[in-house]
Design a protein. Structure first.
Length: 380
């Protein structure tokens, strides 16, 4: 049986081992483990890659979201709109800061924030919108920004899963994470651009916001031992920056490889009505952090279980929407009716997708999926 992984970092590392080892060794020799030259080099390189004016390093993607919200100066009771169909970190930081999360639906086909649901959720207390570029798919940033600008609302792009992606409109291309007021990126190891531990950055073109976020990351301080505001301790360490410096050079190659894998899956499942393959709208250059399909007329959980028996890993991102999580049980001031979110959480299933998958492995995976869904068809 093949040893297939959802993400195979060992094989990826083997291809860039000498570069990675050299970068890590340089940091260890210099002993500049915090805010060393590798961190400065990485933030400069990422700024050049994305076109963002300011790249502020931090400890992880969740911290990035928290720091962005803190920098906006929001107050208790201010409302922040987020999709319910997302990883919990998007919403967790909103509640952590005493702000009020307002959940909206997503599109059934793109899995990203639904524009009609967004418009209906806006009130006089709405101070920020967090569109999530989910699974590598870019949100409809054109419409989101029009709405936000009309109401003077900040936009925080949750770009944890979509670095390397693009928003395409009017003949131009904008990298995800460069269009909102501020954006947040995670470098969790499984990401398209992943570190060998935790890491994150916040990006903005706003000079004042950038200065504020740098202070917040450093205990609210610009000058050592002089603390102007309440901050946190959130830093990207130099060893992770050295790893990211190497892998950033390969990011476009990694994203293109993931798109090739997605095309293979799409072709293999094209004539299977039980499998709805990922949709790419005209405005989104999808970079497939996850390959997530929707299953119809077949029990998703059974498919997940049966695939595991065949040695084919799969994951459910996400089985419970945020608005139904226990942590938000106290939010009883409104009833949420999010039909697309409910539909997707019961049907989505993600298959292995990474840079090292061979054609032999892809044939094995797709053959197994087709076998399982056909055997389970109609049993739901």
């Amino acid at each position: 049986m093949m040893n297939i992984q959802m993400v195979d970092l060992q094989r990826q590392y083997a291809k860039i081992k000498s570069e990675i080892d050299t970068g890590i060794e340089q940091v260890i020799k210099s002993c500049t483990f915090i805010n060393g030259p590798a961190v400065q080099e990485f933030t400069t390189n990422l700024s050049n890659y994305t076109g963002a004016k300011h790249v502020i390093p931090c400890a992880n993607g969740t911290d990035a979201l928290q720091i962005a919200l803190m920098a906006l100066g929001l107050k208790a009771g201010d409302e922040v709109i987020t999709p319910s169909f997302t990883f919990i970190a998007t919403v967790e930081v909103v509640a952590l800061l005493g702000l009020t999360p307002v959940f909206v639906d997503v599109d059934k086909d793109t899995f990203t924030i639904n524009i009609d649901s967004l418009e209906q959720a806006i009130t006089a207390n709405t101070k920020a919108i967090i569109p999530v570029h989910l699974y590598g798919q870019c949100s409809n940033m054109g419409d989101i920004l029009k709405i936000a600008n009309a109401h003077n609302i900040a936009v925080i792009e949750d770009n944890a899963q979509s670095i390397g992606g693009h928003y395409l409109a009017d003949g131009s291309s904008h990298k995800t994470g460069t269009m909102g007021t501020v954006s947040c990126i995670s470098f969790f190891p499984s990401k398209n651009l992943g570190a060998y531990g935790d890491g994150g950055v916040i990006m903005t073109n706003d000079d004042i916001l950038a200065d504020m976020m740098r202070k917040i990351c450093n205990h609210g301080s610009e000058k050592r031992y002089y603390h102007e505001i309440v901050g946190v301790n959130s830093r990207l360490d130099s060893i992770q920056a050295a790893v990211l410096n190497v892998k950033l050079r390969y990011l476009d190659e990694y994203c293109n490889k993931r798109r090739e894998v997605a095309r293979f899956y799409n072709q293999a499942f094209a004539n299977t009505p039980m499998i709805i393959t990922p949709f790419e709208p005209e405005y989104s250059h999808h970079v497939y952090h996850q390959y997530t399909m929707v299953l119809e007329d077949v029990d998703r959980d059974e498919v997940h279980t049966e695939l595991a028996k065949l040695g084919i890993p799969s994951m459910i991102y996400y089985p419970i929407p945020c608005h139904k999580q226990e942590m938000f049980k106290h939010l009883t001031d409104r009833e949420y009716i999010l039909p697309n979110t409910e539909y997707l959480t019961s049907r989505v299933l993600s298959l292995p997708i990474h840079t090292e998958l061979s054609e032999e492995e892809l044939i094995f995976i797709t053959g197994g999926v087709l076998k399982v869904v056909e055997e389970l068809r109609g049993k739901k």
